[in-house]
Structure formats: C-alpha cells, structure tokens
Design a protein around this ligand. Structure first.
Ligand code: G6P
Length: 369
C-alpha cells in the first residue's frame, strides 16, 4: 500500500496534489479548438435532446451534493434553464415534480451510493431522462443512467473526497457550456473567454500547490478551537459548504457554512472572542457586502481568515489574514478556492492526530439507505 501512496504520508494529500492531472484528464478531448466548442460524444445526448430540456434536477450525496450546488448555479447562469438540487435521500420522499422534459442529473464519485441509486430509479419511473456524472466506469449509477459524463479523477482512496469533487466541477463547466452552445444561450466570445480560463486552471492549481506553506500555520491555529464558521455569498457559499464538510469529516472540529448575509439573522450570536471565521470572497459582485459581513463578525471578536483572488487588497484590510488564490473567472472560483481549504482540513486533522484517510464513523461509499 505504501507504493500506491507514491511516497506521500496519506492518500488524501496525494489526491489533493493530483488535481491538476485530474482536471487535464477530465478536459481531454472535450474541447474543439477550431470551433471553440465542447464535444461530449460519450454522453450520447444529441443537440435535439438538449434543446428539449426545460427543467433540470440534480441529485447527489455528501461532497457530490456540493458539486451539484455549484452545478446548479453555473447551469442556470449559462443556460437560463431552471435547476433544482436535492440531497438524494430526500428526493423521492418529497414527491418531486418531474415534467415531460425534465433532465435528472445524478452525481456520484463511486457510482454505488444507495441513496443516489434510489433517486435515479424514482426519476426513471416517472419518465425522466437521467444523466450520470461519475468517476467509476461500469458502476451501478453508470449502468442505470441513460447518459454518462465521466470524470477522470482516477481511483480515489481517501474517504474525504478531493479530486473527485473538483473533477465533478469541471464536468459541470463542460456540461453547462455544452447546453449553452446547443441552445444558443451564450455568445461565442463569452464562451471562448471562459474556455480559455478553464484551460488555464490545471497550471494555475499546480503553481498554487507549490506555495501553500501558510496553510499549515492556519491549520495549527484553528485546530485548538471547537467551532468555526465558513461564510460566503453566491458561489462562495457553495465553496464554504464543501470546505466545512471537509473540515468536519477529518478534523472533527464542528463547523458551519453560512451564507454571509444570513449570519446576522441568528448565528451571529455564536461568535465569541477568537472564534475563527473563514470568509470566502472571490465573487466580485458581492464583495462589498461580504466585506461588511466580515466587519460584523470582527466587531464581535471573530478572527477572520479571508480567501480571495490575488490582488484583492480590500480583503487584506478587512480580514486578519488572507489566503490568496490565482485569479480566474468568478464562475470558476470553486475549482481554485476549494484547494487551500482541502489542505486546511488535512493539516488540521494531522495537528489533532486523527486518521486522515479513514475518519471515524465514515465510509468511502455508503451502500445502505
Ligand atoms: C460517502 C462519503 C462521502 C461522499 C458520499 C457520496 O458519505 O463518505 O465522501 O461524498 O458518500 O459518495 P459518492 O460516491 O456517491 O459520490
């Protein structure tokens, strides 16, 4: 088993560092350079199928659900098709409204999660077309879905998902662009611009991974706390949810992700002197609002760690410290900003002496409902 770790102490760290490779593999062969368009032949969903879609529902569990949260946001922004998201175990018990042209997307790293499979079966019984986004060829989810969009993260061993999550994000960017080009909801210039930035992601992540020494110190600092908060607005909130789950899973530190503007409606009462608050601030359109939320928590004694694009000097003034990540399009922020927070969870778990790859009570894939 040591050999498979390639010299790394843990699979999780190895898998975090494999992300640039996973991005490249998930993108490979799917961007046509001449026409600046997406080709997804393996998905076997032709433009007529795509043009019929009136409504999308995404089902998933755990980390895959957090990828779905990002997926909803980007599909809606790029295509204007309404998207609902459900935790798979809730989906079939809420009598979901499946219409004639509803596309159901199931996201699952393993392709064997019982809750997700049950949701797929429910959707198919109601006549929906089902597309699976999965990392395992030949898995149950892959076999039961009508259409397949593979992520090429490679085998993921650590229970806490990292490269599978970010590969799911890449799959959603490709899918949203593909739908967008099929229905004509995006002009060519906007599409070309976004594609250029997507292609830069692997190198950006690779460079960033070489400069993350600051994270270990922050992890040692937060490892001494019982509770902490992740805040953000819009896509920053989706990053916050996944970052909070990562930290809980392996460090066992209680944390909550909160939409930054909602904190004042209740949870602000929990902020004490020194409470760490990790504030995601990559979304330019809501930056001023997020900064005013940072001031609110700081006024109650919080210790604020910001996460922002390089060059965001306003955040350096508002927060106690800032983790800077390479600048990209706001829609692509989750694929970059989650990475230092995966490392933060990893180092916090190490600082607490936990079994990073096999956290207590959790399984890599849960095959019971
Ligand atoms: C388990 C794992 C999580 C994972 C979830 C969904 O709970 O511990 O890390 O996100 O299942 O797994 P899937 O294979 O369907 O993506």
């Amino acid at each position: 088993l040591m050999a498979e770790k390639n010299g790394y102490d843990h699979f999780m760290l190895k898998e975090i560092e494999e992300q640039p490779r996973a991005y490249r593999d998930t993108l490979r062969g799917r961007i046509d350079e001449d026409s600046q368009s997406i080709t997804l032949p393996d998905m076997m969903m032709n433009p007529e199928h795509i043009r019929e879609i009136k409504h999308i529902q995404i089902v998933a569990c755990g980390t895959a659900y957090h990828a779905a949260c990002v997926g909803k946001s980007i599909i809606e922004r790029m295509t204007r098709i309404p998207v609902e998201i459900d935790v798979a175990s809730e989906y079939r018990y809420r009598q979901p409204i499946i219409q004639e042209h509803t596309l159901v997307i199931a996201v699952s790293q393993s392709g064997e999660t019982a809750d997700t499979l049950a949701a797929i079966r429910e959707a198919k019984l109601s006549g929906a077309r089902v597309l699976a986004i999965t990392n395992v060829v030949g898995s149950s989810v892959a076999r039961e879905a009508d259409h397949l969009l593979m992520t090429w993260a490679g085998p993921e061993i650590a229970v806490a998902s990292t490269k599978a999550y970010t590969s799911q994000l890449i799959a959603f960017y490709l899918l949203a662009l593909y739908i967008g080009q099929s229905i004509g909801s995006m002009d060519l210039a906007a599409r070309a611009q976004l594609l250029t930035q997507i292609k830069e992601l692997p190198d950006q992540v690779q460079n960033m991974l070489g400069h993350m020494t600051q994270i270990e110190q922050i992890a040692e600092h937060i490892a001494g706390y019982h509770d902490l908060y992740f805040i953000g607005r819009g896509l920053d909130y989706t990053i916050a949810m996944e970052a909070s789950l990562k930290l809980k899973e392996i460090s066992y530190i209680h944390s909550e992700a909160y939409p930054a503007g909602e904190l004042k409606h209740g949870s602000l009462a929990l902020i004490e002197d020194g409470t760490p608050v990790i504030a995601l601030a990559t979304q330019e359109v809501v930056l001023e609002k997020t900064i005013s939320n940072i001031r609110e928590v700081k006024a109650r004694g919080a210790y604020v760690i910001g996460v922002a694009f390089e060059g965001n000097m306003e955040l350096a003034q508002a927060a106690d410290e800032v983790i800077y990540v390479p600048r990209t399009d706001a829609l692509l922020a989750p694929a970059i900003a989650i990475i230092p927070l995966q490392l933060l969870a990893y180092y916090a778990a190490l600082a607490r002496g936990n079994d990073v790859d096999k956290p207590r009570n959790l399984a890599k894939s849960v095959t019971v409902e």
